[in-house]
Design a protein. Sequence first.
Length: 135
Amino acid sequence: MGVIQKMDVINRVKWFIQRGRCGYAECDFWDFNTYLIDIIIAGIEDLKKNSCGCPNEFYDAKNLNNECERWLIVLDEISEGFKAGKKIINYDCMRWEKSGEYYKHVFDEEEAKLLAKKFDRGIELFSKYFLDLWG
């Protein structure tokens, strides 16, 4: 094993331990927003699948066997908002377009506005219901 490979293994073990202790590792700081957005999306998706209740304001006793349906809709909006945020971070509003014999980057302003609106709504709901994100 070469020196670089050995350092890579050592770093990966160190980062694994850091994540176990703190929930994040020093390597995550480079793109901390991306790291957090991935954690939030995965957590909200798991909460939707495995939740056994909901905040009182969303509980609907008349909706037998799906009493928390409105809460699941809110969680969907949060998840979709953060997925839109990930697309913004990843520059998904940019595309290559052929111009003569060359290609150039083109920014899709409408797509960017749509993603920003979804992200704003998701972050608003995330903030509003943050203390209700329990299973």
